[in-house]
Design a binder for this molecule. Sequence first.
Ligand SMILES: CC(=O)N[C@H]1[C@@H](OP(=O)(O)OP(=O)(O)OC[C@H]2O[C@@H](n3ccc(=O)[nH]c3=O)[C@H](O)[C@@H]2O)O[C@H](CO)[C@@H](O)[C@@H]1O[C@H](C)C(=O)N[C@@H](C)C(=O)N[C@H](CCC(=O)O)C(=O)O
Ligand SMILES: Nc1ncnc2c1ncn2[C@@H]1O[C@H](COP(=O)(O)OP(=O)(O)OP(=O)(O)O)[C@@H](O)[C@H]1O
Ligand SMILES: N[C@H](CCC[C@H](N)C(=O)O)C(=O)O
Ligand SMILES: [Mg+2]
Length: 485
Amino acid sequence: MNAKELISSLSDYRCEQSLDNIKIDQIEMDHRLLKSNSLFICIKGYTVDGHQFAEAAVENGASLIVAEKELDVSVPVVIVPDSSRALAQLSTHFYGHSSNQLKVIGVTGTNGKTSVTHMINEIHQYVKQKTALIGTIEMVIDKESYPVKNTTPDSLYLQKSFHKMVEKDIDVVSMEISSHALDLGRTNGVDVDIAVFTNLSQDHLDYHETMESYLYAKSLLFSQLGSSLKNEKPKYAIINQDDEHAAFLKRVTAQPIFTYGIHEKASFQAIDVELRANGVSFTMRTPKGDVSINSKLMGMFSVYNLLAAAAASFASGIDLETIQTVLNNTSGVKGRFQPVEHSQGFGVIIDYAHTPDSLENVLSTIKRFCEGDIHVIIGCGGDRDRRKRPLMANVACEYADHAILTSDNPRSESPQAIIDDMVEGIKYNNYQVVLDREEAIKHAIKQAGDKDVILIAGKGHETYQIVGDEVLDFDDEQIARKYLV
Ligand SMILES: CC(=O)N[C@H]1[C@@H](OP(=O)(O)OP(=O)(O)OC[C@H]2O[C@@H](n3ccc(=O)[nH]c3=O)[C@H](O)[C@@H]2O)O[C@H](CO)[C@@H](O)[C@@H]1O[C@H](C)C(=O)N[C@@H](C)C(=O)N[C@H](CCC(=O)O)C(=O)O
Ligand SMILES: Nc1ncnc2c1ncn2[C@@H]1O[C@H](COP(=O)(O)OP(=O)(O)OP(=O)(O)O)[C@@H](O)[C@H]1O
Ligand SMILES: N[C@H](CCC[C@H](N)C(=O)O)C(=O)O
Ligand SMILES: [Mg+2]
């Protein structure tokens, strides 16, 4: 693409040098990935300042630099007030506003994003639409999987991926939209068509500092709905009516709304909810009549996820019969309330609960059917919200009979220091500390009696343990199997 044309997509910039005869074949934010004829954009990160790589970028083939300040380099420099914002504008233009040609269903909320996006994806696949999925576990484009570093990728990777999806004739993409992504503008330029809110509870206060600013970040998905750089398709907001923030979120969007819930009247409401030992059943009230749902998924939180997926798919034009069939057959996502099959007399469940609210939801679900003792193995991530640690530990002790506090991705922090933060919140004495996660799992399995349930929480689908800078192989399921007979 001609550099002049590309740069004219910026809303605010300054450039003293001529951009004539510069051709851009690639945009890059990492100087190590540059090839010739590329534009390098300097991003001030949390770890390093990308401006320091400008010279090296030119050596690696950059023929144009976008930066927030003047730089002494041999190629033209375009100055912008905010390079992350500029990255989204440039990437969206460079990749041809591809999200406009796709139906984009974006799901935000503290818990349930991965679960809900997977269900929406399954529903659309059932009616033979070509689908893509973006989220915590992976990116999938028409059944081909691509690795991801973030739940919601940066705007460059995101726009490039939308372009690939258009090339592959994808109809609908279901994506998780994290609060970090909204706050950092990773989704600026994405033409979201259906925005879904699951819930808001404590997490990520290391980043957002207060619950108000966390809510504000999530609300951007709804206030920006229909205000992307170009948009032509109908929009819908899907909101959990039972969440205390429902009224606020309904106010911030100008688009049509479908609500869902159990306790409050909603467009999609679950009535006569039955929580069984092998699933949930309820009648789903919808704008087009009642539908009965019998799902293998467990717990009240799954009722909310099923309703959210139903409402989003209905807004997307899928018929209720299809929605019912898929929801009655879905078996959920890897690492989300996933039983480990074995022949001993107790149950083992792997789950990704890593917030006080999700842990409480999962443990209270187990409590409803467990006839023996509940054992929970729980840790808290290093370099993440410290304020959730004492709350998670106390929930573990309150709902389980035996809590084993252990490590979950300590990253740069000392595992013992993380446990110390957890222990501070505990008002009970039914816990022990086993720092090594494998030892903790082994200990719980040795200790469990007939009819007990062991919940291995926090890592879900993860197959690693991050210790310092090292990413070590670690898979809760494999480790559990090693000690189960
Ligand atoms: C706090 C945060 O969001 N950090 C993100 C950020 O990293 P950073 O700011 O540390 O980047 P940096 O290393 O300082 O680099 C700055 C710039 O210099 C460039 N660079 C860097 C080194 C070099 O040698 N050359 C070079 O050009 C980099 O490409 C970048 O453009 O930019 C990276 C690239 O986009 C992200 O992968 C990274 O996410 C990290 C891994 C992360 O852990 N983020 C978490 C907090 C996060 O975003 N989580 C949410 C929600 C999770 C959930 O609840 O599901 C998510 O969406 O994932
Ligand atoms: N609607 C819900 N409400 C509360 N807890 C939930 C809900 N759905 C799932 N959970 C719990 O939260 C855990 C994570 O679920 P899921 O992966 O779907 O959430 P997420 O929002 O994608 O999380 P992340 O922010 O890490 O991407 C599950 O393992 C379960 O324990
Ligand atoms: N994706 C989320 C959840 C991580 C869960 C847990 N395993 C941890 O490492 O804290 C995060 O980065 O906060
Ligand atoms: Mg997720």
